[in-house]
Ligand binder design. Structure first.
Ligand SMILES: NC(=O)c1ccc[n+]([C@@H]2O[C@H](COP(=O)([O-])OP(=O)(O)OC[C@H]3O[C@@H](n4cnc5c(N)ncnc54)[C@H](O)[C@@H]3O)[C@@H](O)[C@H]2O)c1
Ligand SMILES: O=c1ccn([C@@H]2O[C@H](COP(=O)(O)OP(=O)(O)O[C@H]3O[C@H](CO)[C@@H](O)[C@H](O)[C@H]3O)[C@@H](O)[C@H]2O)c(=O)[nH]1
Length: 335
């Protein structure tokens, strides 16, 4: 195994998943540089031991200046817009930010001889899986919303560029990232919040009167959407393994990352009632555009090839970490 160059650039390191990634890399003795335009992220979420440059990934001059200053070996490309319903209303916002961001980043990596990229892809690249079965890497990718389409385009651009250059990649397709750091110091804080678990937490905490369940006429057991909730600390671990994979194999590959267990929206609300001891009022509302019925990962490839072993296999434990973050920071980073 080559001695690993441990200088990592986290693009989007002020975001929900990015801030946990930065913490994990520091815990593992990596040298961490962050770029972020703070469009949805928070400066306070970045551990101050990381070097931070504020700027936009679509700005190649900005990227070139960062690569000239820091001896970066791998980019963890987490910055993107990532809200399914917003992408249905404003597809161009998604294609502009996400696809142009990937193109500029790869151009700058080529010009500055940066050899590796770990890319935050998504279950949303698959669309509606056949017969709602667990999704493996070999399954067809047919996105049903512009967000998923933009991420599939990014995967494909990266794949073609890797064939033509010295760049290697790992695409990690997360299912529903959830929970918070066990310390309770970093967690999920979006304005407005759209994700299910933090909205359930806001309702439990009394910041919302009622939670809306978007549709109970889907092709699932209780009629509400089924998702695979995977703890962000387990996702961060998978990235550390991806860095080692790139260093050891000099290959490119893609992996689906989930807990491999599906929970309906109603089951999540019930689990949160149990964890928080709060009643959590919920009402059935109309469908939200762009939602597939079921998204559950088959993560056996990540387990076999990367040696990934998620630590959180119980959704109540995941919700417990989100509740801990909520109780410690009721208004997120705006305290
Ligand atoms: N949250 C999930 O469940 C989930 C699941 C699958 C994939 N992903 C992917 O993981 C990544 C992180 O998601 P998140 O939930 O942490 O989102 P987030 O919005 O909390 O974080 C994204 C970060 O990127 C920054 N950013 C966005 N566009 C930028 C640009 N053009 N230049 C510089 N910075 C920019 C934002 O300011 C923010 O800090 C995204 O790429 C998303 O598509 C998320
Ligand atoms: O107030 C709410 C919010 C959400 N939901 C439902 O809860 C489920 C989960 O929704 P949400 O938390 O918004 O996540 P997703 O739309 O599944 O998307 C997340 O998970 C994807 C991977 O599966 C990522 O790619 C996306 O970036 C990330 O936002 C969906 O069925 C929603 O319809 C509700 O019923 N009520």
């Amino acid at each position: 195994m080559d001695k690993q160059n441990k200088n990592i650039l986290v693009a989007g390191g002020a975001g929900y998943i990015g801030s946990h990634m930065v913490q994990k890399l520091l815990d593992e003795n990596y040298k961490v540089t962050v770029i972020d335009n703070l469009s949805t992220g928070h400066k306070e979420a970045i551990n101050p031991e990381a070097i931070f440059y504020q700027g936009d990934t679509r700005d190649k001059q900005f990227l070139d200046s960062v690569f000239a200053k820091e001896n970066i070996n791998t980019v963890i490309h987490m910055d993107a817009f990532s809200i399914v319903p917003e992408s249905m209303k404003d597809p161009l916002k998604y294609f502009d930010n996400n696809v142009i961001g990937m193109i500029k980043l790869l151009e700058s990596m080529v010009d500055n001889n940066v050899p590796n990229i770990v890319f935050s892809s998504t279950a949303a690249t698959f669309g509606n899986p056949i017969n709602n079965k667990k999704i493996a890497e070999t399954d067809p990718q047919n996105p049903i919303n512009p967000y998923g389409e933009s991420k599939l385009m990014m995967e494909r651009i990266m794949n073609w560029v890797s064939k033509a250059t010295n760049i290697n990649y790992v695409a990690l397709r997360y299912f529903n990232a959830s929970g918070a750091h066990p310390s309770g110091k970093i967690g999920e804080d979006h304005h407005p919040e759209t994700h299910l678990i933090p909205i359930v937490m806001q309702t439990a905490y009394g910041q919302r009167r009622t939670l809306k369940i978007f549709g109970d006429d889907y092709n699932t057991e209780d009629g509400t959407n089924v998702r695979d909730y995977v703890h962000i600390d387990d996702l961060a671990d998978a990235h550390i393994l991806a860095l080692k994979y790139l260093n050891d194999t000099k290959n490119s590959d893609s992996f689906n990352l989930g807990s491999s267990t599906g929970f309906s929206v109603k089951q999540i609300v019930d689990a949160a009632r149990k964890v928080t001891g709060k009643p959590i009022d919920a009402e059935i509302s109309s469908r939200r555009p762009g939602d597939p019925d079921v998204l559950v990962a088959d993560s056996s490839k990540a387990k076999k090839v990367l040696g990934w072993t998620p630590n959180y296999d119980n959704v109540e434990d995941i919700i417990e970490t989100a509740w801990n973050w909520k109780k410690n920071n009721p208004n997120g980073y705006q305290e």
